[in-house]
Unconditional design. Structure first.
Length: 718
């Protein structure tokens, strides 16, 4: 299993394109739960802090308005957020932010109210002044999104004060605002008789398809006799309905008009004119058909009680069954000594491991209550876990053992349980399988398939190369010369990347059909088995999302996250198709689409991700078909993204980039992988990991009885 994150750097002396270089940087940590917008919010002021005065509201809002996360907030939500901030005095010489701070110290945004601050960065043990902050300046925006160490120290050079915004406050009101807005649109749709045949989950899809149109007073929204294809719902304002010269109706908030345009082209029967500034939610027929199919077909179908798309057909809800599982003893041998772990996994799983999957008689089961695992090399490490090779002592069968410290897992226990639950129950040739899970006093363990071929980033690093490619410029064209050849990085050849992308498409299709969003797709999380086939691994961020539902947790890796994830306005499995587009681009070019021109600022990367005016640059060697598929995956409006339309994953399979591709052969693993794993692929990375972790893992020190009791309580059912 690969490490959980990667950092991209320009090659020294090379072109702007770059190859991925491995680091030990952890991925963005999940920061909010799904109930953030619906639970009661309590803000505890720190010592010396005071609530924001009403007269300061406008100043704070004007300071925040140009930030990425505030640029699309409505006035009411912004007002609520500002009203829950607080003012904190800072004495001259005091440090407000310390470089490297994590945890609660890295969850706040600051607006300078008065005084001056200097921004310092430690470089090779020397502090350098890199910036200054004065009144109305803002810093710490990224802390509202996810946990990452503070990148600089901020110290007051005069008596000063700041306004402070807590991450939980921001996320709470953004989620509440989105849920309220979506709920209103749903109520509007429920009142439209023409759409009564739609299921609840289909209406939820339409909620995301509406766009907002504004009209000045006196403007005509639709004109009698014209042929149009848009349906409108009034969000704000008043409109007049006129037939001929006669007013026949008045329309107000939540009223709708033009719904027949969703069925067919026909002349409008009346003119609708804005009597005041008018804001409408509009939906055109082309988008409706792309998302749900023709309305006539939907109306013709008999409305099913609920076609519950097989979701979680094999996945059983977590419940009290964990308490009834028979326990078994697992012994893990290290180079020195032995560690004993009490296993809470199914005994059948333990027996299956010991007997290599063979059927067992009842008398054998009682005798086989101990599993001895011998730990081998370290395979990978991330921010919260490490993965080692282990072998079952009696049979020699090998596995990958993922170990997480309870102290770290306590920060996001729901993700740990989701990973355990999902990987225990999924069954797909291109998804990693879990065989057992168990725990000791301080750690949680999960046993997976061993993937000896490393991960997809290992393959990319091995295959990427610098090429010379002819690139025409104005001078060469004017002179009639041959186009000069320029050096540039190229990733995998397209046939090889097509194999891996197709494997991921099949895996994501299976997960989505079962209501699961993967949420952290990147090359490091695509693992390679001994034959060369790919499997999705590391389900630490995977989550079941109900039909028509959405989740609000920011998680993933900066550079890969989808726009709807960045803005915190809720998302579903749409984010997986976006990250597939980023991954496909990375495989073909050996660089990320949103980090070139080179930038190390994650906020700048995410600004580019959400800005539909920021163009993605494609290298000249990439085929037109590949560009087209990537552009359709990197559609910023999720409802229009390929994979999210009526055809779902089938639209991707039928894209011209996959022309004549043998999908059935791949699904049955009859297709030969384009590349066999090589020892050299991951040997350097493994050697670096081994060097960094020579000592046997040790128990955490200074653990209090209270901490141990809390761990036992939270992970009792693991």
């Amino acid at each position: 299993m690969g490490i959980e994150s990667s950092k991209y750097m320009d090659g020294e002396g090379g072109p702007v394109a770059y190859i991925a270089q491995r680091t030990q940087v952890g991925r963005a940590k999940a920061i909010t739960g799904n109930k953030a917008g619906t639970t009661k919010l309590e803000v505890k002021l720190p010592p010396k802090a005071t609530p924001v005065a009403v007269e300061d509201y406008e100043f704070i809002k004007s300071s925040l308005v140009n930030l990425l996360l505030f640029s699309r907030l409505d006035r009411g939500t912004a007002q609520k957020i500002v009203s829950h901030m607080y003012m904190l005095p800072v004495a001259a010489g005091d440090i407000l932010i310390q470089q490297g701070d994590t945890g609660d110290a890295a969850t706040k945004l600051f607006v300078v109210r008065s005084g001056k601050f200097e921004v310092l960065e430690r470089r090779k043990d020397v502090m350098f002044k890199v910036n200054t902050k004065e009144r109305a300046d803002v810093f710490g925006e990224i802390s509202l999104m996810y946990d990452c160490p503070r990148s600089a120290t901020v110290a007051a050079t005069t008596e000063a004060s700041v306004f402070v915004l807590e991450r939980d406050v921001f996320r709470h009101f953004v989620q509440a605002s989105v849920e309220d807005e979506k709920g209103q649109i749903q109520l509007f749709l429920n009142s439209v008789p023409l759409l009564s045949s739609l299921r609840a989950d289909e209406k939820m899809k339409l909620v995301d398809a509406f766009v907002e149109d504004s009209f000045d007073a006196g403007a005509r929204v639709i004109v009698e006799g014209d042929v149009g294809d848009k349906f409108y719902i009034i969000k704000e304002g008043e409109a007049q309905v006129v037939q001929g010269e006669k007013e026949v109706n008045r329309l107000f908030r939540s009223d709708f008009f033009g719904e027949q345009a969703l069925l067919q082209d026909e002349p409008r029967r009346a003119t609708v004119r804005a009597l005041s500034p008018l804001v409408c939610l509009s939906l055109d027929r082309r988008t409706f058909v792309a998302v749900l199919g023709p309305l006539q077909d939907i109306m013709a179908k008999e409305k099913s009680p609920e076609v519950v798309n097989q979701r979680m057909a094999k996945l059983k809800p977590q419940g009290s069954a964990a308490h009834r599982r028979p326990t078994a003893e697992v012994l893990i041998k290290y180079d020195s000594g032995r560690r004993t772990i009490t296993c809470d996994g199914h005994l059948d799983e333990v027996v299956e491991l010991r007997r290599g999957g063979q059927k067992m008689t009842d008398e054998h089961r009682d005798a086989d209550k101990q599993l001895v695992m011998v730990e081998g090399e370290l395979l990978g490490e991330g921010a919260f876990s490490r993965v080692c090779r282990v072998a079952e002592e009696s049979t020699g069968r090998v596995f990958a053992l993922k170990r997480m410290a309870k102290s770290a897992a306590l920060q996001c226990p729901e993700h740990v349980f989701c990973e355990q639950h999902i990987t225990r129950n999924i069954a797909h040739p291109f998804c990693l399988r879990q065989y057992a899970s168990f725990k000791d006093k301080c750690h949680l363990y999960m046993l997976f398939d061993l993937m000896p071929g490393g991960d997809l980033m290992d393959v990319l690093v091995a295959e990427a190369k610098v090429i010379k490619y002819p690139v025409a410029d104005k001078n060469s064209l004017r002179k009639g010369c041959l186009a000069p050849k320029m050096k540039m990085w190229q990733g995998m050849e397209e046939p090889m990347s097509r194999f891996y992308v197709a494997s991921i498409v099949l895996a994501l299709e299976y997960l989505h059909d079962n209501g699961i969003a993967f949420r952290d797709l990147k090359p490091e999380n695509v693992l390679i088995d001994g034959q060369g086939y790919a499997k999705l691994g590391d389900f630490g961020f995977a989550k079941q999302v109900e039909a028509g539902g959405r989740t609000y947790t920011f998680c993933g890796t900066p550079g890969y996250v989808a726009p709807e994830n960045v803005m915190g306005r809720g998302y579903n499995h749409s984010v997986d198709w976006w990250t597939l587009g980023v991954l496909m681009y990375v495989l073909l070019t050996a660089r990320q689409p949103f980090t070139s021109p080179k930038t190390q600022d994650p906020m700048e990367v995410m600004r580019r991700i959400v800005d539909d005016r920021w163009p993605i640059k494609y290298p000249p060697y990439m085929s037109d078909e590949a560009r087209d598929l990537i552009s359709k995956l990197l559609e910023r409006k999720p409802v229009k993204r390929i994979g999210m339309l009526q055809g779902r994953a089938r639209d991707i399979k039928e894209h011209p980039w996959f022309v004549d591709f043998d999908w059935e052969g791949l699904a049955a693993r009859r297709m030969d992988p384009p590349r066999k794993p090589k020892d050299a692929d991951s040997s350097k990375r493994k050697a670096e990991l081994a060097e960094a972790h020579r000592a046997e893992p040790r128990e955490p020190t200074n653990v209090t009885p209270q901490q141990m009791a809390e761990w036992d309580r939270v992970f009792r059912d693991f």
